[in-house]
Write a new protein. Structure first.
Length: 456
């Protein structure tokens, strides 16, 4: 049985065409004010720019434009102070603001919507929100990079194992390991900057889909709102959300990198590693085991990646089957973006806090660097450089040395010269110079290598 509306009064938003109010269910599914109220700053900024343009082009009077701008500024103050009353029956942030504007300044408020549609209005608001979010996220990521660089400088002399397959591979410095994440987050910043550049074109003035017959100045409006220029096609302007998809793509890659460094923090804090420790600022205890200090902040960052991936998938599925131009499906574009934005900002700041807070256990890092025959590659390289042995043969000889050390339960530098020479008679005592983990790390002087010389 169809749900009937309790309110028989026609919806005033749609003028004389509608004679009945929407049903309660229709109001509930159609309204977006519960989430798009986040766009109030952007909506007011866009409306002020539009009012200025309309007056400049003599489409509305300067008097009406001034009233509109003054009223919009009052509404901004009301929302900021918590005095503004949002109404579900007005559906969205645009109509809530316009309705309140009419209460403040009267009929002049009705002139604001001249030469625009909610279609170009909402995508302009959304672009401004994404652009603001990119700027904020770049700023927070830059702080994380600076914090990492401080830790890099502090840990140049900390020797630790580098891993492949989570197996000890070669000695590196802690500085080198942390510097790898610096490079990752620098690329994340670069991707965000690229996305910002691509999206920074103003859709306002595209109207519903075909543009407008009014003599508007879209270049003026674009400049007022800090855009590079107006968009080139009115149909594309109101139909596309690829700027939001690209933004969520950038967030997803950043989230992966945040998750990876969080995973390392979790591993390094564990008893199996004990490379670092975190204070009570970024750990929690156990309700039953008093000795526990759990790296919960890192674990939560690792988990939140799923929400950010889901936001990208969500919006991709919303957009994938839509014909041009606007469809109400696009109302579902904002919530995933809002959620992903809030969570990625939280994750960046949490990782920054953990990096700043962590204390490095230099002795334990060095102890583990000496495990797993991590200098084996240097032994093979020594055979190549000093005895002119082909690398594959040197690899085979080194494998015999590692097997001997494993059988005896000793490290490579504890093999005697006599034992080395039984495997390869030309080996000399010079071999021991490359078997210390410190010398091994410092030998990687190639550009981008782990040598401490590259960090001093």
């Amino acid at each position: 049985m169809a749900q009937k509306s309790k309110n028989k009064t026609a919806n005033k938003m749609w003028g004389g065409h509608y004679s009945m109010a929407p049903s309660e269910i229709m109001q509930q599914i159609n309204a977006s004010i519960d989430f798009d109220r986040k766009l109030y700053r952007q909506d007011i900024a866009g409306s002020i720019a539009h009012a200025k343009m309309l007056a400049k082009q003599k489409i509305i009077s300067k008097t009406d434009s001034s009233k509109i701008i003054k009223g919009l500024q009052q509404i901004l103050n009301e929302i900021n102070s918590g005095k503004f009353k949002f109404k579900t029956e007005l559906e969205d942030i645009h109509m809530n603001i316009e309705s309140r504007l009419r209460e403040i300044i009267g009929d002049a408020a009705g002139r604001l919507h001249t030469a625009r549609s909610r279609n170009d209005q909402v995508v302009t608001d959304f672009k401004l929100y994404v652009r603001d979010s990119i700027d904020n996220l770049i700023s927070k990521t830059d702080i994380l990079i600076k914090t990492l660089n401080i830790k890099v400088k502090e840990n140049i002399d900390v020797i630790m194992p580098g891993f492949t397959h989570l197996q000890i591979a070669q000695p590196i410095t802690m500085a080198h390991h942390l510097s790898a994440y610096v490079e990752m987050f620098k690329r994340d910043k670069s991707r965000l900057n690229d996305a910002r550049e691509r999206m920074n074109y103003c859709p306002l003035g595209s109207a519903a889909l075909a543009g407008t017959s009014y003599n508007i100045d879209r270049n003026f409006t674009a400049k007022e709102l800090g855009f590079k220029a107006p968009t080139s096609n009115s149909l594309d302007s109101v139909s596309s959300r690829d700027f939001a998809l690209e933004y969520l793509n950038c967030l997803s890659i950043l989230a992966v990198n945040l998750s990876r460094i969080s995973e390392e923090i979790i591993l390094w804090c564990s008893n199996g590693f004990r490379f670092i420790s975190l204070s009570e600022k970024f750990t929690t205890g156990s309700s039953i085991m008093p000795q526990k200090r759990n790296p919960d902040a890192a674990e939560i960052v690792r988990a939140k990646v799923g929400r950010i991936f889901a936001a990208l998938t969500n919006l991709t599925i919303v957009m994938k089957g839509l014909p041009l131009a606007y469809s109400k499906d696009m109302q579902e574009d904002k919530e995933p973006v809002f959620d992903a934005t809030e969570n990625i900002l939280l994750c960046v700041q949490a990782v920054n806090g953990m990096i700043d807070d962590m204390k490095v256990n230099k002795a334990n890092c060095l102890h583990f660097a000496k495990q797993g025959y991590s200098t084996a590659t240097d032994l093979a390289d020594w055979l190549v450089k000093n005895l002119n042995i082909p690398f594959r043969d040197a690899h085979h000889i080194t494998g015999k040395c590692v097997k001997l050390a494993e059988e005896k339960g000793i490290s490579l530098d504890e093999i005697s010269m006599e034992e080395f020479q039984k495997i390869e008679k030309r080996i000399t005592p010079e071999i021991f110079k490359v078997l210390s983990v410190e010398n091994c790390a410092d030998a990687r002087t190639s550009f981008g290598g782990t040598s401490r010389k590259n960090y001093k």
